[in-house]
Design a protein around this ligand. Structure first.
Ligand code: AMP
Length: 430
């Protein structure tokens, strides 16, 4: 008989063995974000559908094909969030954050939902960590964003990252570029997939964003070189672009041009960036971001510049797993072993120790041999054995489970002895 229930297609259970890696990745992210002095924001995982339709563009894949859209019992038109920048922008406006400081540096971490075709590295529920700077058009904000982006990856042990960069200009300069792209693609228009044929009219930049192999084939066959957005930038966007590149050079960030990088969403302006890891195969994008000066205004707010990124944590964890990375054991953990005569002393000791150390103990009043086996298996560093005779003398046995050595210590000096032997380790980077 088959199982009656399974996790919905495209979703996964993260079991305790995998969670260690996730917690490590999240903890490193929080450390780095804290050192950059960004502040966390948590917004709902569902919002009005219209919010996403407005910010992502009605014609985008995300809105047309990938949205978890539903009516609640009050007949509200809602959707699970496919990304979090729209929610952050909405919260920024709703709570008047503009009145509480000119520039806001924010971060978030949480699940996002897209109804895509599941495959390695692509899920219907996936996790992103992201950051936003809202309130300044300065190129310095783009530079700081990319510094933070790279430093997160470095904290996770990624080395030699090269950030792919482009500028998508402003909506006005993009229109001129769109015309050039349309003309460039015209000779192969009938060989493009149906989505791209439609986009060629509506928004030719999206054709560059395509995942359809037919489109890539068609574009490769063109003899004329692809027109470049950078050649169509307005003067201000060009100056901004140069300032961002200079800032990245000054802070030692490796980057390269990617003229095909256009980002799928309508609200992006100027800087666009991305990193890939080829070991992931088809779903190689680890994260990306850019400037979105049009977003807040599109939500009905005053014109407010912003820049941000998001990183797919499932893919980060997947790369770490492929590399065989397991987080360093930092737990200060012990296993308390008791006998019948010391069981009640053990109960109070366990509770006391748990104020400071990670403590495991038997739940089933098993024989000492079974408890020692469990202690070995638990991964604890030390076992505290409460023997009957020692107990009468006010002593306990401390056993180093890895070395197999043991010593007797006075009960009142136990905490001190544990502190000396279980110094918190610095989590090391790979
Ligand atoms: P995007 O919001 O599309 O720019 O995505 C940012 C990052 O989120 C990507 O670079 C991926 O790492 C990750 N991501 C996007 N969609 C998915 C998905 N369906 N499953 C897993 N990760 C995803």
């Amino acid at each position: 008989m088959g199982l009656k229930f399974q996790a919905p297609r495209g979703t996964r259970d993260l079991l305790p063995d995998e969670i260690a890696r996730w917690q490590w990745v999240e903890a490193r992210a929080r450390e780095v974000l804290g050192r950059y002095r960004y502040r966390e924001i948590r917004t709902p995982i569902f919002e009005e559908f219209e919010l996403f339709a407005r910010t992502s563009g009605e014609s985008s894949d995300v809105v047309q094909k990938e949205m978890y859209r539903f009516k609640d019992l009050g007949d509200r038109d809602l959707a699970l969030r496919p990304e979090n920048t729209a929610g952050v922008g909405r919260a920024y406006l709703e709570h008047g954050l503009a009145g509480q400081g000119r520039v806001h540096r924010l971060w978030y971490l949480g699940p996002m939902f897209r109804y895509g075709r599941p495959q390695k590295g692509r899920y219907r529920q996936f996790w992103q960590v992201g950051a936003e700077i809202i309130g300044t058009p300065a190129p310095g904000a783009d530079v700081e964003m990319i510094n933070l982006f790279v430093d997160l990856f470095e904290a996770w042990g990624f080395r030699d990252l090269v950030v792919a960069m482009n500028s998508v200009g402003t909506p006005a300069s993009r229109r001129a570029y769109g015309d050039q792209l349309r003309a460039w693609l015209q000779p192969v228009s009938d060989r493009l997939g149906p989505d791209s044929q439609r986009r060629l009219e509506e928004n030719p930049l999206r054709v560059l964003d395509t995942k359809d192999p037919r489109d890539h084939e068609a574009m490769k066959s063109l003899s004329a070189p692809m027109p470049r957005m950078l050649d169509s930038l307005d003067a201000e966007s060009a100056a901004h672009w140069q300032a961002v590149l200079a800032g990245l050079d000054a802070s030692g960030i490796r980057h390269e041009l990617d003229h095909g990088l256009v980002r799928g969403l309508d609200y992006y302006t100027r800087t666009a960036f991305e990193v890939h890891d080829r070991s992931l195969g088809a779903q190689s994008a680890l994260g990306g971001g850019g400037r979105y000066d049009g977003l807040i205004e599109s939500l009905g707010g005053p014109s407010t510049p912003g820049v941000g990124f998001s990183i797919g944590l499932d893919r980060v964890v997947l790369v770490l797993e492929q590399r065989g990375f397991t987080p360093p054991e930092t737990e200060r953990s012990v296993y308390v072993v008791a006998m019948d005569a010391t069981r009640s002393a053990a109960a109070s000791l366990v509770r006391e120790l748990r104020r400071e150390f990670a403590v495991d103990a038997d739940l089933e009043a098993r024989a000492i041999g079974a408890q020692m086996k469990a202690a070995d298996k638990s991964g604890a560093r030390l076992a505290i054995i409460l023997g009957e005779d020692e107990g009468k003398r006010g002593e306990v046995t401390l056993r180093d489970l890895a070395a197999g050595t043991q010593e007797v210590v006075k009960r009142e000096r136990l905490i001190e002895a544990l502190r000396a032997r279980l110094k918190p380790e610095n989590a090391e980077t790979t």
